[in-house]
Design a protein around this ligand. Structure first.
Ligand SMILES: C[S@@+](CC[C@H](N)C(=O)[O-])C[C@H]1O[C@@H](n2cnc3c(N)ncnc32)[C@H](O)[C@@H]1O
Length: 261
């Protein structure tokens, strides 16, 4: 249990971070913020929120370390293979009626890019043209997305034949890279970059957000989808709020939702 003084110091610290770095701390779950800040406090050997706040004033590099810790960016190519298998027929259905028109896709919270390049591989394997907006709030992650050079460990969930066909030496082939557009974007503060979208993939991002922020974002997603469009969430994420009435849950296990046409 934290004391009222702790709670005040925590609030003051998160307000300061929000103001200094334009991060909407108030929309992230307190538990998540506390855990991440504690990691940085331990790393720097300070024991109170006030001391950590002073440290941020003295050492601006610590802000970047803290932001890296806050935006947990674990990801992999073809993460949860069963999800991508379940999505395949929906992608096919989106592409079929309009074979020459590129599908418009948004990978929201794309971390270091494994997710948008996975989607580009799926499109190529289906022979469906498309473009993917790959967005994240974390600029370091986005630099890695743009650099697109990956270690073997990033591929452990991807079927070997897809890796062979669409990658060379840990890098996606130009045809895969060319359809991914990398953009900085804060889901808590900015409108969708280039709506409408046929598919929005937002996995393992909203779990860190407060309920109200999640509900707002889900409504934004529904508005940004074309009729018949698809929303894919992470395996432990659930659609909340008014958006539930506007989307049909077509695969409860894999969290696939369709906007009625
Ligand atoms: C665990 S990763 C998910 C990566 C990928 N979607 C996946 O499931 O493998 C979470 C990502 O959400 C991003 N994120 C956190 N808050 C965000 C925000 N407000 N706007 C955009 N992205 C955010 C983080 O920077 C991080 O890269």
């Amino acid at each position: 249990m934290s004391s009222p003084q702790d709670a005040r110091a925590f609030l003051a610290l998160t307000q300061k971070i929000s103001q200094a770095r334009g991060v909407s701390c108030e929309s992230y779950k307190d538990k998540c913020l506390k855990r991440r800040i504690a990691v940085r406090m331990r790393a720097r050997g300070v024991h109170t929120y006030d001391d950590y706040s002073r440290l941020l004033d003295q050492d601006p590099r610590e802000y970047q370390e803290l932001l890296d810790a806050l935006t947990i960016n674990v990801t992999k190519f073809y993460r949860n293979p069963e999800t991508w298998q379940a999505l395949r027929p929906y992608l096919q259905r989106l592409a079929e009626p309009r074979p020459s028109l590129p599908l418009r896709i948004w990978s929201a919270g794309c971390a270091t890019g494994e997710e948008p390049y996975t989607i580009a591989v799926l499109l190529a394997a289906l022979g469906a043209p498309g473009t993917i907006d790959a967005t994240d709030v974390d600029r370091v992650s986005l630099e890695r997305t743009a650099a697109a050079a990956y270690p073997d460990t990033a591929f452990t969930e991807m079927p070997a034949d897809l890796r062979r066909r669409y990658f060379a030496g840990g890098r996606p082939l130009p045809a895969i890279r060319d359809v991914v557009r990398v953009l900085p974007h804060d889901l808590l503060r900015e409108a969708p970059p280039r709506p409408p979208y046929d598919l929005i993939v937002c996995r393992n991002v909203v779990i860190y957000f407060e309920r109200q922020a999640q509900e707002r974002l889900f409504e934004t997603f529904v508005n940004a989808l074309t009729p018949g469009g698809v929303l894919l969430l992470g395996k432990v994420e659930t659609l909340l709020g008014p958006a539930r009435e506007r989307l049909q849950l077509v695969d409860p296990r894999e969290r696939i939702y369709v906007k009625p046409a």
